[in-house]
Design a protein around this ligand. Sequence first.
Ligand code: BT5
Length: 323
Amino acid sequence: MKIKILEILRAQGNQPLSGEKISKLLGVSRMAVWKHVKSLKEEGYSILTVGKKGYVLEEVPDKLLPQELAVNLRTEWLGHNIIYQESVQSTNDVAKLEAQNGAIHGTVVVAEEQLKGRGRIQRGWYSPKGEGLWLSVILRPDWLPQEAAKCTLMAAVVLHRVFEKLYALDVGIKWPNDIFVGQKKLVGILTEMNAQMDGINYIVIGTGINVNLYQEKIPEELKDIAIGLNTVLGKKIDRVELFAEVCKQYEKIYAEVTETGFAGILDEWRKYSITLNREVLVKGIKESYVGKAVDIDADGALLVECEGQLKTVLAGDVSIRMR
Ligand code: BT5
């Protein structure tokens, strides 16, 4: 009912609509309308009461409420099932649990804050309330499990397209999972999978976008590392619009990969890469070495030339430092 009232008020624009008219439209009492309006206000909606004429929806809250995300969404299937929570440990953890319990292909989990946002190799992800897009997409592709590693690269290309389209911003992709602006990290991606030998049960692609980061609140150890879109673009960013475009581009790229495979996406990745043709320090569990990143292979692994040898670096348990 609340959602219906919102729809009606949205359609009215700045023309006030009386509680009586709304109650007639929805076939409920005026008291019921009043109660729902009150509850919407408590959620952060600014609804004005204009004299005796009625209600006007003045402003929606700066939150990722599913009803707001849904209004802006322009996809055929991705994001049609949204799981929203104010606060979670990690959206990837919620997504994995939901996927275990049967969540459909294209489900998106999104939260205002993560208390234990995760990076790779037991690292953390700073995810303050209301300042980012901390989201996880659940996919159930009909691919072989070894294809999943390329999802991280696919997600990076998605974000490149999003930033280019919405803000004409040309970001750099650092292998395998970072989006950089200059020397600073704007996005981190964490892909996780559940599979058998011959098929994928589900893939969760976690995307952490620093959207409206308060520069002063960034913890000391991240001050020289993290940056928000707001700082890059010098304005507050509409997270709902960004969410819609991220979903749209995920859906589009998924169709491309399903139709023609990953090769085209990997080519696009190469174009935006800031890792290739650079000297890198590869730090693995067993060994560390310096070499030149020359390419990625068809599986998305990084090829590093080191003392005349070509080494294949798989994502997952290595860190790469560019020199
Ligand atoms: C990543 O790991 O970059 C993957 C981050 C994925 C986060 C998303 S948010 C939604 C979903 N739910 C989750 O729990 N995770 C995913 P890695 O390459 O390991 O980088 C982690 C490192 O980035 C940390 O050790 C910090 O140095 C740095 N870092 C942490 N928080 C950051 C932030 N908000 N912005 C930029 N850098 C950050």
